[in-house]
Structure formats: structure tokens, C-alpha cells
Design a protein around this ligand. Structure first.
Ligand SMILES: NC(=O)c1ccc[n+]([C@@H]2O[C@H](COP(=O)([O-])OP(=O)(O)OC[C@H]3O[C@@H](n4cnc5c(N)ncnc54)[C@H](OP(=O)(O)O)[C@@H]3O)[C@@H](O)[C@H]2O)c1
Length: 332
């Protein structure tokens, strides 16, 4: 796979990384683990690393630590193959109810201690708050991560879903290696505010939801099953979903006309937006790996890019990417 440097002074990494969020239930029930799913998830992480992927992305809140425990098992004997990216800060009650965000300096250190133990690693390669509320003193959060870097517990500072102004404030305290942020043909908000600032400062982009939470894979044909967490997301229900699936049908036909799958084209489009971008693809089973990794070799022509711009003109994809109450909780 093509290599890309993550941020001005960060490591060189293969252009595609693995997102592990979908491997864990939102609300795991003690004593009710799906052993077959867990085994497939561990095998997927290992197969991705063996196929050349390095960036593996998790959050301590993905399944309330469950995701990190999968990684602990998957990384046994493979730690040196992985560039391990961990988010923290989103709090959750035992019943799964979201409790908001805590990125205070002592919470940062506490979250890190638990992650290091669960992952059974000496250091986390890229460590980042999942969200930073607008009112939070970002300098203090970043200061705490800088101390963890000095102590050798963390290797690089990252951020997730920040504004350009927040990135500037953080970078003034300690160099930021990368910002993890949604970027896809269906979600280009990053281009207005964050991307220009990241480029000016030499901060790398880790793009997530490059297939718009699975919408652009073409695998979704109608309403999602009731238990699917994406039912909370406006773009996945009602008339918005119907309209969005019409765009996806055109997108899938365009991909097929070029000999690519929709997921490959979705990832290749994000990678074509700049050499400073590494793209995560979320996968929880091994049969996706070869197909998705091949996206790293696709070269899109200027005509391809122009056709996709027309297909995904502003307003083409309807509905927000998160439920309003979730956005409100993160921002306040
Ligand atoms: N920083 C943040 O706030 C944030 C937020 C969300 C996500 N993330 C990270 O980004 C990663 C990816 O995001 P995402 O999961 O929202 O979106 P995504 O990568 O756009 O889509 C993932 C979905 O696409 C499916 N898929 C993948 N390859 C496919 C293929 N070749 N054919 C058909 N379906 C395919 C996956 O199914 P299977 O699971 O069945 O393989 C999964 O349902 C997450 O795992 C997480 O690490 C970060």
C-alpha cells in the first residue's frame, strides 16, 4: 500500500487504516458475549495487520473497553506491526446511557492508565480526546497528554472532531500529529474550516466514516434492522434514507462502470483529496480486507473527480450525520 506521512513530523503509514468500532456492541452485557463475533473481530485485526495495514483505531468507550480487549488479544505477538490510535473522554453509565465528556487533565491520565492495562501495551501511539466541548480549556487537556508523552506512555498527540480554532489552540501547546474527522463524499464539512488550518500547521488528517457509516458501500438497500445504532442517525431514516439510496445507486453504478466496488471508490475519493490524509475503513470481518485495501491503489482521473463532485453536489445527501441530542451533548 502507498505510504503517507501523518502530519509534518509524524510516522509514515500505509494510506488505509482499520476502524474497529463496529467490532463491539454499543452496550455490551456482562456474561453475554458473542464469542464467534469476537473471534472474527480478532482474526480481522490480525489479518489486516498481516496484509500490511498499520493504523488501527479504537476508543476506550467502544463497547466500554470491549474493543480494547479485542485489540489486546489481536496484538499479542503483533504489537510492532500496529500503529495504535486510541480515543478517550466519552463517558457512559453501566446501562449504556451516554454521560457526556470528561477531558479534564486528571481524567486524561486516568483514562490512559486503564487503556494501557486493557491493551497490555507500554505506550499508545496516537492518543486523542474523542470530543472536546467548545467550553473546555483544550490547553489543559493537551497539556496532560503532553505530560504522558514525556513519560513515554503516549507517542503522538491527536485530536478528534475539533474546529480549526481549537486545533490552533492545541497546536500552540504541543505539536498535534493528526486530527481524526469525518470525511467522505457525503460529508465534506471539514473542507470549510478544519482542513485549511490543518494544512497550514502541518497536521495530518485521519479520515473516518469514508463510506458514510456504510451508506456508500451499497450494502444498505432499505430501512436498517431495529437494533442497528445507525437508526439514530438522521441520514439513515425515512425520506432521507430513500433519497440517499437513490444517490448511492448512481454512485454504485458509476463505480461498477470503472471496475471498482462502491466501498473502494468511496475510500479512493477520500485518499485523492490530499497526501496528508490517511483513511480509516470500518470492518468487522475478514472477507472485506482484500477488497478494501485494493482501494489504496486506485488512481482517480480529473474526470472521475468532477463526475463525483456533480453526483454529490451540496444537498445531494440528506440528513445530519449524528442525532441532534448527541451533537448537543458533545458541544456543550
Ligand atoms: N473520531 C470519531 O468521532 C469517530 C466516529 C466514528 C467512527 N470513527 C472511526 O472510524 C471507523 C470507521 O467509521 P464507520 O464505521 O463509521 O464508517 P465506514 O468506514 O464508513 O463504514 C463502515 C461500515 O461499512 C461496512 N463495510 C466496510 N467495507 C465494506 C465492503 N467492502 N462492503 C460492504 N460493506 C462494507 C462495515 O461493515 P462490517 O462491520 O460488517 O465489516 C461497516 O458497517 C470506526 O471503526 C472508528 O474507528 C471515529
Amino acid at each position: 500500500m502507498k505510504l503517507r506521512r501523518l502530519g509534518k513530523n509524524g510516522p509514515e503509514l500505509p494510506a488505509l487504516g482499520l476502524g474497529c468500532m463496529g467490532m463491539s456492541p454499543l452496550r455490551p452485557q456482562p456474561g453475554r458475549h458473542d464469542a464467534a463475533k469476537d473471534a472474527e473481530s480478532v482474526a480481522t485485526i490480525q489479518a489486516a495487520l498481516d496484509a500490511g495495514v498499520r493504523l488501527v483505531n479504537t476508543g476506550d468507550f467502544y463497547g466500554m473497553g470491549h474493543n480494547e480487549l479485542l485489540l489486546r488479544e489481536a496484538l499479542r505477538g503483533r504489537r510492532d506491526k500496529a500503529f495504535l490510535s486510541v480515543k478517550f473522554g466519552m463517558m457512559v453509565a453501566p446501562g449504556g446511557q451516554p454521560l457526556g465528556v470528561d477531558v479534564s487533565p486528571r481524567a486524561v491520565k486516568n483514562f490512559c492508565s486503564y487503556s494501557l492495562q486493557r491493551l497490555d501495551v507500554e505506550a499508545i501511539d496516537l492518543y486523542q480526546p474523542g470530543r472536546i466541548p467548545a467550553s473546555a480549556p483544550i490547553e489543559e487537556t493537551v497539556g496532560a497528554i503532553a505530560e504522558l508523552i514525556k513519560e513515554g506512555k503516549v507517542r503522538h498527540l491527536g485530536l478528534s472532531e475539533v474546529t480549526g480554532a481549537q486545533l490552533r489552540r492545541a497546536h500552540a501547546v504541543h505539536p498535534v500529529t493528526a486530527v481524526e474527522i469525518e470525511y467522505s463524499l457525503a460529508g465534506r464539512a471539514i473542507e470549510r474550516d478544519l482542513l485549511p488550518v490543518a494544512r497550514e500547521l502541518g497536521v495530518g488528517i485521519v479520515a473516518y466514516s469514508v463510506a458514510a457509516q456504510g451508506l456508500l458501500t451499497g450494502a444498505i438497500k432499505g430501512p436498517l434492522p431495529a437494533h442497528d445504532v445507525r437508526n439514530w442517525t438522521p441520514r439513515f431514516h425515512g425520506e432521507a434514507l430513500t433519497k440517499n439510496l437513490e444517490v448511492v445507486a448512481k454512485f454504485a453504478a458509476f463505480a461498477a462502470s470503472k471496475g471498482w466496488t462502491p466501498t473502494q471508490l468511496a475510500a479512493a475519493w477520500v485518499l485523492a483529496q490530499g497526501e496528508d490524509i490517511v483513511a480509516l475503513v470500518g470492518m468487522s470481518n475478514r472477507n472485506r480486507i482484500a477488497e478494501n485495501i485494493a482501494a489504496g491503489a486506485i488512481e482517480l482521473s480529473a474526470d472521475d473527480l468532477a463526475a463525483l463532485d456533480r453526483m454529490f453536489a451540496p444537498g445531494a445527501v440528506v440528513g445530519d450525520r449524528y442525532a441532534p441530542q448527541i451533537l448537543q451533548m458533545w458541544r456543550s
